[in-house]
Write a protein that binds this ligand. Structure first.
Ligand SMILES: [Zn+2]
Length: 222
C-alpha cells in the first residue's frame, strides 16, 4: 500500500466550507472541529466562499505540512505492512494507493464516503491532542475505507461503525501504541459496546460476518 500526500490552499478552502456546511451534524455528534480563529462561530452560516478565501489567504503556508508529510511517510513504512496483512486476513481488499490530504481544519480525520481511497487528516488537531498520533488516525481512516462497502450494505449506524473500526484497530495495533485508548467512548453506549465486543471476539478475523451480525442486531431482529 502506497501513500500519496497532498496539501494545498484550495483543499483547505474546501475543507473549511465543507465543515461549515456540516457544522450542525458535527455538533450533534459531539465532534470538535477547527476553523480559522478569524471566523465568528456565532455567524458561521453567513460566510461566503469569498469571505473564507480572503481569511485563509492571509495565513496559509505549507511549511508545517511539509514536516508532517516526512513524518507520516516514515511511520507508514513501520505500520502499513501489518495493516495490509491484517486487512487481507480479515477478508478485505486493501487498495494499492491511498491519497492523504493534509489540512489544519475540520474534524481530526475523515475519509471519502463515496468509495474513493481518500483520507483527510487535520494535523493541527493531532498537534494539540497529544494522546492520539497522526499515524494512528491515518490507519483508522484506512480501516474505514476498507469496510465502508459492508457498512452500507448492512445499514450500520454511525456509532456502531466507529465501534467496529475501533475494535479492528485495537486488535492490530494495541501493542505498538500502548498509550492509545483506540476507543471513542463518548460515541457509544455500554450496551452497544458489550454486544459488539462479544460478536467481534467470536467472529474475528471474519470482519464481513461481524458487520453482518451487527447489522442484524441493529435492526432489532435478534
Ligand atoms: Zn472513525
Amino acid at each position: 500500500m502506497q501513500l500519496k500526500i497532498i496539501y494545498s490552499f484550495e483543499n483547505d478552502l474546501k475543507r473549511i466550507l465543507d465543515t461549515i456546511r456540516e457544522i450542525d451534524w458535527f455538533n450533534e455528534k459531539g465532534y470538535r472541529v477547527e476553523l480559522p480563529l478569524e471566523i465568528d462561530i456565532s455567524k458561521i452560516k453567513e460566510y461566503s466562499e469569498q469571505d473564507v478565501s480572503f481569511i485563509l489567504k492571509n495565513k496559509w503556508s505549507d511549511v508545517e505540512y511539509k514536516k508532517h508529510e516526512i513524518k507520516i511517510l516514515e511511520e507508514w513504512q513501520k505500520y502499513s505492512k501489518r495493516l495490509e496483512k491484517d486487512l487481507n486476513t480479515a477478508g478485505l481488499k486493501p487498495a494499492k494507493e491511498y491519497i492523504v490530504f493534509l489540512t489544519r481544519y475540520g474534524v481530526g480525520g475523515s475519509y471519502d464516503l463515496q468509495g474513493n481511497n481518500i483520507v483527510t487528516l487535520n494535523v493541527s488537531y493531532y498537534e494539540r491532542n497529544t494522546n492520539r498520533s497522526l499515524i494512528v488516525a491515518l490507519l483508522h481512516e484506512i480501516v474505514h475505507i476498507n469496510i465502508e462497502e459492508y457498512i452500507k450494505q448492512n445499514q450500520i449506524s454511525h456509532e456502531q461503525k466507529e465501534k467496529i473500526v475501533d475494535m479492528i484497530m485495537k486488535k492490530s495495533f494495541a501493542d505498538d501504541f500502548p498509550q492509545e485508548d483506540f476507543l471513542q467512548k463518548w460515541l457509544y453506549t455500554k450496551s452497544l459496546s458489550e454486544k459488539s465486543e462479544s460478536i467481534f471476539n467470536e467472529f474475528y478475523p471474519d470482519v464481513r460476518s461481524i458487520i453482518q451480525k451487527l447489522g442484524i442486531l441493529g435492526s432489532g431482529t435478534i
